[in-house]
Design a protein around this ligand. Structure first.
Ligand code: ATP
Length: 436
């Protein structure tokens, strides 16, 4: 079982590399630990995941306000938020080989050389930097360890400009950076990653109601993005394991090949952050109820979604090796909304000019309406199908001799392998229907 699981991860890693989903960052220079780049298909997949998330959590809600804030923020923010002190993992170093490990990931001895560990220390995960050209440093700042602080420090700006009424959310998708002690497991634990996140501001007495609401919406998201529901488990995080700002946390854990580990988090952050920023900055961060005139500091529910972990869970859920028409194949059963390529267009043969130019005509016509289509006239049709199955393309369209006679094409379904004949005039509508 362990071996099978290991195999599945290495198969995904190799597919991701081979087909242009994920590359090691700065690979030609030997790479950088805990950093990954998205290739042409990965970048499109990421784009589609973000779009779907935005649709699900921003557009389909009434009271969500988008925000995009900087990834570098001054020391004062991280001091006030408690991250300078509390955003740390326990670390041990091997006295013999000097390697460093996260205490909770190792046993009593060094897993590399069997040496003894020195004293346990807390290792802060924020990346420090100094800004400006002043000799000796300039202004001290940090790459953000979470995007949430961007929402808190702009809380008053959003209140003043948008006049939202409670409950409302502020949503953001963007990069976060953590100087992880031991990056590992492909996209799971990295040092630079995208977060999709919102802070939902409520009256204190309503926090439980909204905690439940967002927990339910998170499950709907899991179905919608195509993560296998049976591989996801809620974990009530105990008091000692919760982040410093949280009064209740539920983790959504996923059965990765390397174990059951966090995919998403849902936290009740109370009014902790707004209170801290109000005290440290001296700026009034109260909300005034428009009806009663009551002034108070709202409480916060925060659902948070790592993009890389989403992508990994999506790939693991979609990956299948099956048999179609007696032939083994590898297929990514991605939700059509996520598929980087929506349809592939093939001329049956590449050396028949009449066929080829009809196929180009069909391709150009579809591309106008569905931009994420590709052209492939390389190799036999069977090989072309395999190539598209591997990257999760929902439909393949073939232009053949019958097309020239009756203006119909075959549309082949990725999951069933079934083919149907569709009129060229109906093709765009047909493909769009299968994408919805
Ligand atoms: P862990 O316990 O795995 O270190 P965490 O509890 O510190 O995670 P949160 O602070 O809740 O994680 O981070 C929010 C989300 O960001 C997580 O649910 C996860 O999806 C993602 N995430 C956190 N750390 C990493 C990382 N090093 N690499 C990739 N994604 C991450």
């Amino acid at each position: 079982m362990a071996k099978e699981a290991d195999d599945k991860l290495s198969k995904i890693v190799s597919l991701a590399k081979r087909r242009g989903f994920v590359f090691q960052s700065s690979e030609i220079y030997g790479g950088l630990s805990g950093m990954w780049d998205y290739g042409p298909l990965g970048a499109e997949l990421v784009h589609n995941i973000k779009d779907l998330w935005w649709k699900h959590f921003v557009y389909e809600e009434e009271n969500m306000y988008p925000l995009q804030t900087t990834t570098i923020m001054p020391e004062a923010v991280w001091k006030a938020s408690g991250h300078l002190e509390g955003f740390a993992d326990p670390m041990v170093s091997c006295e013999k080989c000097k390697r460093r490990f996260r205490k909770d990931q190792v046993g009593e001895m060094c897993p590399e050389c069997g040496g003894a560990f020195g004293e346990e220390k807390l290792f802060n995960l924020l990346f420090p930097l100094s800004m400006g050209s002043t000799e000796g440093g300039g202004d001290k700042a940090y790459l953000r360890g979470e995007v949430a602080q961007g929402m808190f420090v702009n809380f008053k700006n959003v209140l003043d400009t948008m006049r939202p009424t409670l409950p409302f959310g502020i949503a953001q998708i963007g990069k976060a950076y953590r100087n992880e002690i031991a990056p590992r497991d492909f996209l799971f634990r990295v040092r630079e990653f995208d977060l999709m996140e919102f802070e939902y501001f409520v009256k204190e007495e309503e926090w439980k109601e909204y905690f439940t609401k967002w927990k339910d919406r998170m499950w709907e998201w899991i179905d919608r993005v195509g993560i296998a529901r049976e591989s996801v488990h809620e974990l009530e995080v105990g008091e000692n394991d919760r982040a410093h700002y949280s009064k209740r946390t539920v983790d959504f854990e996923f059965d990765y090949p390397f174990g059951r580990k966090e995919l998403y988090g849902l936290a009740y952050r109370t009014d902790y952050d707004l209170q801290k920023h109000m005290a440290a900055s001296g700026v009034d961060l109260h909300y005034t109820d428009p009806v009663s005139g009551e002034k108070f500091v709202p409480h916060v529910i925060e659902p948070t979604f790592g993009l890389g972990r989403t992508l990994l869970a999506v790939l693991l859920s979609a990956y299948e090796e099956d048999e179609l028409g007696g032939e083994k194949r590898l297929v990514l059963k991605l939700k059509p909304a996520l598929a980087p390529v929506k349809a592939a267009i093939f001329p049956l043969l590449r050396n028949k000019p009449e066929l080829w130019s009809k196929a180009r005509e069909v391709f150009v016509q579809i591309k106008k309406e569905i931009p994420q289509v590709v052209w492939d006239d390389n190799g036999n049709i069977g090989k072309r199908y395999r190539r598209q199955d591997e990257i999760g393309t929902p439909s393949c369209v073939t232009i053949d001799f019958q097309t020239l006679e009756e203006d119909t094409v075959t549309v082949r379904n990725r999951d069933t392998g079934e083919q149907e004949r569709v009129k060229v005039g109906d093709l765009v509508a047909h493909l769009k229907k299968s994408l919805s």
